[in-house]
Write a protein that binds this ligand. Structure first.
Ligand SMILES: [Zn+2]
Length: 87
């Protein structure tokens, strides 16, 4: 489970993400002909958009200030390597 931040034109967006496989493997499996060679069902990844911290209720966008913006930008660049959703 990870908390990811994305930088978009309208500002930063946050996601809580769980994944069974890496993004590369997810893409490969998504393009494979079905049925996949597994028994049962598997959830490759789950994303939940976050506006508030699930632990303390802090509105996440309030954490982005002039003194923290650069660190969020750096984090968003790093997280692009993990996942870069189209929105
Ligand atoms: Zn919190």
């Amino acid at each position: 489970m990870s908390a990811l931040v994305y930088e978009r034109p309208a500002g930063f967006r946050f996601n809580l993400q769980a994944r069974a496989v890496s993004k590369d493997v997810e893409l490969r499996l998504s393009e494979a002909p079905t049925p996949l060679p597994i028994e049962g069902n598997i959830t490759l990844s789950v994303n939940i958009g976050l506006n508030y911290c699930p632990f303390c209720g802090t509105e996440l966008k309030t954490l982005v200030t002039s003194s923290t913006r650069k660190r969020f930008e750096t984090l968003a660049d790093e997280h692009k390597k993990i996942d870069d959703p189209p929105w």
